[in-house]
Design a protein around this ligand. Sequence first.
Ligand code: G6P
Length: 368
Amino acid sequence: EAAEKEGYAHFMIKEINEQPKGVSETLNRRLNKEGNIELDSIKITKEDLDKIDKVYIVACGTAYHAGLVGKYAIEKYAKIPVICDIASEFRYSDPFIDENTLFIAISQSGETLDTLAALREAKRKGARILSVVNVVGSSVARESHDVFYTWAGPEIAVASTKAYTTQLTAMYMIALHMAITKESMSKEKYDSIIEELKNMPEKIQKILDDYVIAQHLADTQFNNESVFFMGRGLDINAAYEGSLKLKEISYINSFAIAAGELKHGTIALIEDDTLVIALATQDRLYEKMLSNIKEVKARGAYVVAIAKEGNKEIEKSADTVIYIPDTMDELTPILSVVPQQLFSYYMAVARGCDVDKPRNLAKSVTVE
Ligand code: G6P
């Protein structure tokens, strides 16, 4: 096992560090000589897309969080309405699915029972099934019409990290491919997003090189028994994943809330020194996030903001700022999740938790 960890203390931190490679492989293996996306053997024609009137994305856990970002990307780029659902809810909700539905299952293992059952249900109702899977030849992959494999490599730690960033990459690529095929996006825009996706491995690496920031924060905050995450737009989706990471490996009571919802209940829980992680990477929503940061600060919270490099102004409002490299608003989750993964990891280490095998959890849930 020590050899497999290649000098890292845990599989989780090894896998966090493998993200530049995973994202790069997931992307570059499907860019042709002209720099355009080729989705393996997946053939989605303009006629197919003209027929599709809705997309369902279904998954569990971290894969579901990747689905939420996928929904945003497909709606924004390909202009098709998307419903993103948790597999265990989808199965029992009598979903409105027919042959004009594209059903996307996301699963690292490809063996999650609820995801597999949801896929079978959608298939029975006539949907076209595309899956985004990491494990080659897994059940979800075998039962789908089309498979897009992520190139994360084997993920051993129970807490999923590199699977998530490669799933995000896959979802952006699927959305871009749909958009260019459907002609709902200009070639210039398409090229510019692909160019920026190509920069992601290097930008992730930059965050990884600065791991001491998250480590130091964890060393001063590990005694907290509750932590709140907040954000707006895509930031809340990345915050859901950050919060899940923290609770699953450090056993800290944590949840993520859309910042605009704070005043409808959660703000009652904020008191002196409550730790709040505020994601503020979306230019369009930045002013709104600043007000939310001020609201929780006024109630005594200790605010750690995650913001884009160059945003010095936020230092006036937050207690600590963790910067991610500048990028397009719609791609930030690939970067903003990384300091959150590092923070969770170092929190769990500081609390003496079994990082790779947290209590009560399984890597793949193959029972109901
Ligand atoms: C388990 C794992 C999670 C994972 C979820 C879905 O709960 O602990 O890390 O996100 O299952 O797994 P899948 O293999 O379908 O992505």
